[in-house]
Write a protein that binds this ligand. Structure first.
Ligand code: ZN
Length: 112
């Protein structure tokens, strides 16, 4: 016998839960929501727009790929003070102008 819509929905929720997916509530202001809706369309001219969830999950993956590249390229460099490879996460010299940790986070933070 064919599954009902409710049964299909329940099965889909179960598959998602098994894959480790979970719901995440996101509160956006009106401007952010407007930008998201507009950009879903603008990034696919002449094509079906991105769905908002698809757009946000793609941004997360795009940012992750950039961050992984950034961290990999930094890892060949060392802190001028302690000599640890970058990014230094802990250092007794934190605060010293020669220690990467003092200002290094500016290299990995999200920049607008
Ligand atoms: Zn250091």
């Amino acid at each position: 016998m064919a599954k009902t819509a409710a049964e299909r929905k329940a099965a889909q929720r179960e598959r998602l839960a098994e894959s480790g997916a979970r719901k995440f509530e996101l509160l956006m202001d009106a401007q952010e929501l407007q930008m998201l809706e507009k950009n879903c369309v603008l990034r696919r001219p002449g094509r079906e727009p991105y769905d908002m969830v698809e757009y946000l999950t793609l941004l997360i993956r795009k940012d992750n790929a950039e961050l992984v590249r950034k961290l990999k390229s930094m890892s060949t460099e060392c802190c001028g003070k302690c000599g640890d490879s970058l990014p230094v996460k802990e250092c007794v010299c934190d605060g010293d102008s020669q220690c990467w940790l003092t200002k290094g986070w500016h290299e990995t933070k999200l920049i607008m």
